[in-house]
Write a protein that binds this ligand. Structure first.
Ligand code: FE2
Ligand code: FE2
Length: 273
């Protein structure tokens, strides 16, 4: 994990950080860590010099940009041009999406699932870790909710629950579970920081829920899954996916579920209509 000073500087320093909402700061931090990880695994990548805009730049640029900051990875390439995407197979599987579409998020979620597996987590938690941030290829805002939704027809209710609520739980420590409030959040948000009311209400609901431990364990195995140079392959999870992921025979995007459009949007992000 990059050192704290570097991360704070890259987010724009204390004054700039103060201007961002807490959700935006946490999301910016997660994106920055993912970028750092991807860069460490592809040091010659052409985006080696990219960095996150600072908080002050974000504020100042809202009305000067042609996109919103929450736009997903596939739809925006910063100062680069987007590239032509390889075609997908006719009946694409989850593995095809990992290979051909989840370029920015794959390393991090694979590391997270690897950590969960090493820590002896139940399969539904390992699977949740493997899927928890993948909607960020489509959209960055509310990524816990979006990710849960896109996988809902294919995984157990427990896994969906774990994915959806990891976003809110990251703001709340649970020492007994092994989740310490991130030191960086103290610096980013201040000691007396209170999350948005909807996040607080979600936390209160989840805290009392019988499945609380599931999203909590995603946060435990999430935060530190940005280890430079560690490559984890999807094949490591073939058995777990076989037992816990209902791959539709028609292919993701063509199975007529209420989320098929999400998968088609990832297959054809350049379709105008
Ligand atoms: Fe996340
Ligand atoms: Fe994550």
């Amino acid at each position: 994990m990059p050192n704290k000073k570097t991360l704070l500087e890259k987010l724009g320093g204390p004054d700039a950080i103060n201007q961002m909402s807490a959700e935006a700061k946490a999301d910016a931090l997660e994106t920055l860590l993912q970028e750092e990880l991807n860069r460490s695994l592809a040091p010659d990548a052409r985006d080696a010099k990219r960095r996150l805009p600072t908080a002050a730049e974000v504020e100042a640029q809202i009305e000067t940009r042609h996109h919103r900051l929450g736009v997903g990875n596939l739809f925006y390439a910063g100062k680069q041009h987007v590239r032509k995407l390889p075609p997908m197979p006719e009946k694409p599987t989850l593995a095809d999406f990992f290979r051909l579409r989840f370029h920015k998020t794959a390393h991090h979620v694979l590391q997270s699932a690897n950590l969960a597996q090493k820590n002896g987590m139940p399969e539904e938690v390992i699977l949740a870790c493997l899927l928890h941030d993948l909607s960020q290829e489509l959209i960055h805002v509310e990524h816990g909710w979006w990710s849960a939704q896109m996988f809902e027809p294919y995984v157990s209710e427990k896994t969906t629950f774990a994915i959806r609520y990891h976003q809110a739980l990251r703001f709340y420590a649970d020492e007994a579970a092994g989740y310490h409030y991130p030191e960086l959040y103290l610096e980013l948000f201040g000691e007396d920081y209170k999350p948005e009311p909807y996040i607080e209400a979600t936390y209160q609901m989840v805290r009392k829920h019988k499945w609380y431990s599931l999203p909590r364990l995603v946060t435990v195995n999430d935060l530190y899954s940005f280890e430079p140079g560690v490559v984890v392959n999807l094949e490591q999870f073939t058995d777990i996916l076989g037992r816990n992921f209902k791959q539709p025979p028609e292919g993701l995007g063509f199975d007529n579920t209420p989320v098929a459009h999400i998968w088609r949007s990832l297959i054809w992000p350049d379709h105008p209509l």
